[in-house]
Write a protein that binds this ligand. Structure first.
Ligand SMILES: O=c1[nH]cnc2c1ncn2[C@@H]1O[C@H](CO)[C@@H](O)[C@H]1O
Ligand SMILES: [Zn+2]
Length: 359
């Protein structure tokens, strides 16, 4: 059999891609941060956009999720007015469309954007307006939805879950929790997850990134999360024997059997210490074992990455070709919190035809 050709970067860029895990406050253009900080009087660690971009990548490359999260002070800090939030959301949609992303769910924590008195509803509306503008400027080549995140270390509250449900017809597709994982288990937010599910809504949950199996177990079996944010530590429940065969524990089996999507973010995991290298990233084994794996950016600014770049790294490390990129993309589209008919249309009219033509 001929070895698979690693796809050229231009192909990976034009390939339709689907992004389920990307933080709005982790994807700002460095030049935009500089502009907005000057307007807001926010002090930055560097004021030259290139140097600032490097600062984020280096400061986030700490091997610890908690230290990684400290860098968000300088993005959240400049996203406190409707105009600033709308600009960031507009540029996010434009940047993703230019990278070949055809569907994206972008998350952020509304509660972090009220430092100057905005109401939570105003924050969501400002993001929605930015996405509307960005999609229009991109010629409608991308569909974008919001996910509303509650911060784990904040007082657990239903408010964000209620906000997500209230805005379900105005661009919000689901609910999430993020922030430091160790010490803040998903069940702290059980009432919020229960509420979302009882309202027939969708939820994902950062779990199995900086903490292991108990976090994943709670997210799945207590909170009923539809997807797992990262979920890399599910690997702790898989034993690989010397002859290469794998044995799945009960939780790993459940996650695979139920087709629970894993929102994997390889570059981010290297920075927070959840994985040691791309080549050793659990995504390789999990894809081989046919878990419902998806590829994501997490924080494009902090990781200096893009969907194209994540796929380029993975194709290089694992010898994956466009067939694998298509499989991962269809996995992601199937896992989206978008109504079935819209997911189906994107798969049949946008994703499959492009890959079929390349074959
Ligand atoms: O990989 C991650 N794990 C946990 N929390 C994260 C990650 N990336 C970003 N955030 C947190 O989510 C907030 C809302 O977008 C960000 O402000 C950041 O604190
Ligand atoms: Zn994340």
């Amino acid at each position: 059999m001929e070895p698979t050709r690693v796809p050229p970067v231009e192909d990976l860029r034009s390939a339709p891609k689907v992004l389920l895990h990307d933080h709005l406050d982790g994807g700002l253009r460095p030049a935009t941060i500089v502009d907005l900080a000057a307007e807001a009087g926010h002090e930055l660690p560097a004021t030259d956009p290139q140097a600032l971009g490097r600062w984020f990548a280096e400061a986030a490359d700490s091997g610890s999720l908690v230290r990684y999260l400290e860098t968000f002070e300088h993005t959240v800090g400049v996203m406190q007015t409707p105009a600033a939030i709308t600009r960031v959301a507009r540029e996010c949609a434009e940047d993703l469309a230019a990278d070949g992303v055809v569907y994206a769910e972008i998350r952020y924590a509304p509660e972090l954007h009220v430092q100057q008195g905005l109401a939570l509803d105003q924050v969501v509306a400002a993001v929605e307006e930015g996405f509307r503008q960005g999609v229009e400027l991109s010629g409608g080549r991308i569909v974008v939805r919001q996910l509303l995140t509650a911060m784990r270390q904040a007082a657990p509250s239903l408010e964000i879950a209620e906000l997500a449900i209230r805005y379900r017809d105005r661009g919000v597709a689901g609910f999430d929790i993020a922030g430091p994982e160790a010490g803040y288990p998903p069940t702290r937010f059980l009432d919020a997850f229960d509420y979302v599910r009882q309202e027939n809504g969708h939820a994902t949950c950062h779990a199995g990134e900086a903490f292991g199996l108990p976090s994943i177990w709670e997210a799945v079996q207590w909170c009923g999360a539809d997807r797992l944010g990262h979920g890399v530590r599910i690997i702790d429940d898989i034993a690989v024997a010397e002859d290469g065969t794998s044995k799945l524990g009960l939780l790993a089996s459940y996650v695979r059997d139920k087709r629970i999507p894993l929102e994997m973010c390889p570059s981010s995991n290297l920075q927070t210490g959840a994985a040691t290298s791309i080549a050793e990233h659990p995504i390789g084994l999990l894809a081989d074992l046919r878990f419902r794996v998806t590829v994501n950016t997490d924080n494009r600014l902090m990781s200096g990455t893009s969907m194209t770049n994540e796929f380029a790294l993975l194709c290089e490390a694992f010898g994956w070709g466009l067939d694998k990129v298509e499989w991962l993309t269809v996995n992601a589209m199937k896992s989206a919190f978008l109504p079935y008919d819209e997911r189906y249309r994107l798969i049949m009219d946008v994703i499959k035809p492009w890959y079929a033509e390349r074959r």
